[in-house]
Design a protein around this ligand. Structure first.
Ligand SMILES: [Zn+2]
Length: 477
């Protein structure tokens, strides 16, 4: 350590250590101005004196535990370094002074230097901090600070911080040693940060450039992005999922996305299927049964996390678009999402028993299911800051869609009901009952058609062999 730059560089290097301290002798070598500044910034703070010191009397350079000897003349205790060869010697108490690196202060200064917003917090004391978020390279990034990532217990830090895994676009900052790659792009403050004009300054341009080129969190294909106003919220976004495309609407904008635009391989892509689950549920996934293995539950969370990353890559809206439904293992979307009317009912019922089918006076069919509507409820609390705008609430409502039989594929282009269409009308006119054989093909075909349309599982009809009577599981009016 000879120059001004070196003390800061040494701070980054030692911040990775379990005991990040400087001795009085080391500080003597440092540039006094820089030392003063690092103390002023709170990065360095005097801590307990050293209990070990090097012997300077014999030239061997061995370290010994410091003994405090009472000086009768002065009435004070004085430190003494024993030596087997020379007997030892007194040392100045100043030589035992030490300064510790205060990582909390480094975290605060880094947050400030990057102009981050959101509620910062300590995730693992002394090791992991959430610094806040901001838009970098076209996306909102959650910035984490991680010290000692390469220490022996470093791998545990990930498991203890679900917040990193759940972040749509996490960025890791480390003092000097980046963790093994893969989880999230990581950057060294040793490379990005300098002391400038009495403050810590972090090279945001460099970070943005590197993140623009980073592909680890994004699919290999180029995504089409949707230009959103900076104050747009997820609740304003509406996605309509069709057979091969998604139509996105936000305020007065509308844009259609194909599989490729979304970085998806096709209808078999797991992220597409997960998106369809949200769409069928009108913005929520079914509860994850407790019988599901931990491994599958983790896989599901991972897929939700991937979908979250993809969505925030396409729609640069601040905050998390998918939030957990407490106590169910499922998730709900803050944006509105439904299936395209042409390919199915917009909301997936949990059970056929929840559905109501009615025949309207003009011969059309009305289908209703109870649902829970999610709506934005801003300013719930004064304590919460940035998340307030995304707070959501739910209210029960009834979702009703009315269909011409042609829209349901149950009539020919002239509007004449098909055999299956006639079966449905008979069911509705007979209070949900119909006397037919158990292997009636029209009923079986109609069952499959309604299953696909509603996105429900299981047949909508039950058969009582003793009476050769079919009945609907859904309510009829
Ligand atoms: Zn000695």
């Amino acid at each position: 350590m000879r120059t001004m730059d070196d003390l800061l560089r040494e701070v980054w290097s030692r911040a990775e250590w379990e005991e990040a301290v400087f001795s009085a002798e080391e500080i003597e070598w440092a540039d006094p101005e820089q030392f003063k500044l690092l103390c002023h910034l709170g990065f360095l703070k005097e801590t307990e004196r050293a209990t070990w010191a090097q012997c300077e009397t014999c030239g061997d350079g061995h370290a010994e535990e410091v003994v405090w000897i009472h000086n009768k003349a002065t009435g004070n205790s004085e430190p003494f370094v024993p030596c087997p060869a020379t007997g030892g010697a007194r040392v100045s108490p100043d030589r035992l002074r030490r300064w510790a690196i205060i990582l909390d202060a480094v975290a605060k200064a880094t947050r400030h230097a990057l102009g981050l917003t959101g509620n910062d917090c300590v995730l693992v004391p002394g090791r992991v901090w959430f610094l806040g978020r901001r838009q970098i390279a076209g996306r909102y990034r959650d910035i984490f600070f991680l010290a000692g990532a390469i220490r022996e217990d470093g791998y545990q830090l990930w498991d203890r911080c679900r917040q990193i895994e759940d972040a749509p676009a996490p960025v890791i900052l480390v003092p000097d040693q980046a963790p093994s790659p893969g989880r999230a792009p990581a950057f060294r403050l040793a490379e990005l940060a300098i002391l400038d004009d009495g403050r810590l300054s972090v090279d945001l341009e460099y970070l943005a450039d590197a993140l623009r080129q980073d592909r680890s969190a994004a699919p290999a294909k180029t995504l089409t992005s949707f230009q959103v106003p900076p104050d747009a919220t997820w609740a304003e976004l509406r996605l309509v999922v069709g057979e091969h495309t998604i139509v996105a609407r936000l305020r007065n904008q509308e844009q259609e996305f194909g599989f490729e635009d979304l970085g998806l391989s096709g209808p078999e892509d797991r992220l597409w299927q997960l998106l369809c689950v949200f769409a069928h549920g009108g913005g929520r996934t079914p509860a994850v049964p407790s019988s599901v293995s931990e491994k599958n539950a983790v896989n599901f969370r991972k897929q939700v996390s991937n979908l979250r990353q993809r969505l925030t890559a396409v729609f640069a809206i601040e905050g998390d678009p998918l939030v957990p439904l407490r106590g169910t293992g499922g998730y709900r979307s803050l944006f509105q999402i439904n299936m395209d009317r042409r390919s199915g009912f917009p909301v997936q019922p949990e059970r056929w028993e929840d559905c109501q089918f009615a025949i309207l006076p003009d011969g059309r069919i009305a289908i209703s299911i109870p649902t829970r509507e999610i709506f934005a409820a801003p300013n719930i609390s004064r304590e919460t800051s940035s998340r307030t705008a995304q707070a959501v609430a739910e209210r029960p409502s009834l979702r009703t869609e009315e269909y011409d039989l042609r829209a349901l594929d149950l009539a020919d282009p002239m509007g004449r009901p098909t055999a299956e269409g006639r079966v449905l009308l008979e069911f509705l006119r007979n209070g949900g009952k119909l006397t037919r054989r158990g292997d009636d093909m029209d009923i079986l075909r109609l069952g499959r058609r309604l299953e696909a349309w509603m996105g429900a599982t299981g047949s909508p009809f039950q058969f009582a062999p003793s009476r050769t009577l079919w009945s609907t599981r859904f309510e009829t009016r």
